[in-house]
Design a protein around this ligand. Structure first.
Ligand code: PEP
Ligand code: MN
Length: 363
């Protein structure tokens, strides 16, 4: 079911914006000098609209730099006065929220670890009631779209309409080149459930390393995302947190120059016609696929009955291993992604076994 919450488009609170939303600034504010220097450099780039800087830092292990605390609010206010950029920070409890609102910050975001806890989100929602600030909600660390959605609903119930979701990736459960893997499926599902919710991407926390920022940012635009949050620092290698993923404002500008911003529609009748023809072909291929699947299910059921009559198990591991090998090999010959073939046949096989055990239980 899609949710029709009245969430404003970015243009409602940033009327001058004509491009995707760009939020940038240090992972952590470290000193007034570092804050102002980074902000001044960023403000030269007219594509950046919001300055970010963490002052209360959620660190995985104790003993790391935990942020400068409330004094950072004064530096953020100075950034806004001097550069005209909107300013924002992460809040993780009612006290942070009250202080940040009192200081008049334009943007407050809820970090990934906080979104994981409905108690924390509710505490922030209660503190933010009726505020003018834009609230950004990062995805929870695990790919649970309901938890992400629930956090957005809690903020919305507090009377906030200027909400933006941030896809910052998920804790990997196996070795990956990225720090937090981008799960586009969860992003697509959130977009399907809340079509009018602006969603931006945080390539910095996904990548964990500067070298991957470009590929993730381009992917975000290819996926129709509404903007980017990218960490920047006047001297990244000396940063007190996330040093490997931050870029200088000059490198950020170079990265932005290389990105191709895509539109949802081409506004070109020739393009639309050709797309329609191709989509009609896809529609009929999908129909054929489902018809073929239905014939396969018929046979699976016949086999189930036959096994049942002969007291043979539904799961036959040798047959399954052979089937998987042969399908993966065929898939390779046909140039189909191996992981896709594996997942597809795992699903098909799992459901076949389920149907056969049901037939056996009916006996
Ligand atoms: C951050 O934005 O600096 C941060 C801590 O991010 P996340 O909540 O995505 O880990
Ligand atoms: Mn960070």
């Amino acid at each position: 079911m899609t949710s029709k919450l009245d969430i404003n488009p970015i243009k409602a609170w940033l009327p001058h914006i004509n491009n995707p939303l760009l939020v940038s600034g240090p992972c952590s504010l470290e000193s007034e000098k570092q804050t102002i220097e980074t902000a001044r450099l960023l403000a030269k780039d007219k594509r950046v609209f919001v300055f970010r800087g963490g002052i209360w830092k959620p660190r995985t292990r104790p003993g790391s730099f935990e942020g400068v605390g409330s004094i950072g609010l004064e530096w953020l206010k100075r950034v806004r006065e001097e550069t005209g950029l909107l300013v924002g920070t992460e809040v993780a409890n009612a006290q942070h929220t009250e202080e940040a609102l009192k200081a008049g910050l334009d943007v407050l975001w809820i970090g990934a670890r906080s979104t994981t806890s409905p108690f924390v989100v509710q505490e922030i929602a209660d503190a933010v009631k009726g505020a003018k600030a834009v609230i950004m909600v990062k995805n929870p660390v695990n790919p649970d779209v309901q938890l992400w959605l629930g956090a957005i609903e809690r903020i919305h119930q507090a009377g906030i309409h200027n909400i933006v979701a941030i896809h910052r990736g998920f804790t990997p459960f196996q070795e990956t080149k990225y720090r937090n893997y981008p799960n586009w499926r969860t992003y697509i599902e959130l977009k399907r459930l809340m079509p009018n919710l602006p969603i931006i991407c945080d390539p910095s926390h996904m990548a964990g390393k500067r070298e991957y920022l470009y590929e993730i940012s381009q992917k975000a635009f290819d996926m129709g995302m509404d903007g980017l949050m990218i960490e920047s620092h006047c001297d990244p290698k000396c940063a007190l947190s996330d040093a490997e993923q931050q870029v200088t404002p000059a490198d950020l500008a170079k990265l932005l120059d290389r990105l191709i911003i895509k539109n949802e529609n081409a506004n070109n009748p020739d393009f639309e016609n050709k797309l329609d023809v191709l989509r009609n072909r896809i529609d009929s291929i999908d129909t054929e696929l489902l018809e073929i699947m239905a014939s396969r299910i018929d046979i699976v059921k016949q086999i189930g009955k036959y096994k049942s009559e002969n007291n043979v198990t539904a799961l036959q591991i040798n047959r399954w291993a052979q089937l998987m090998d042969s399908r993966v090999n065929l898939g390779k010959k046909l140039n189909i992604n191996e992981t896709f073939v594996k997942i597809l046949f795992q699903l098909i096989h799992e459901d076949s076994v389920r149907m056969q055990t049901e037939i056996m239980d009916e006996k």
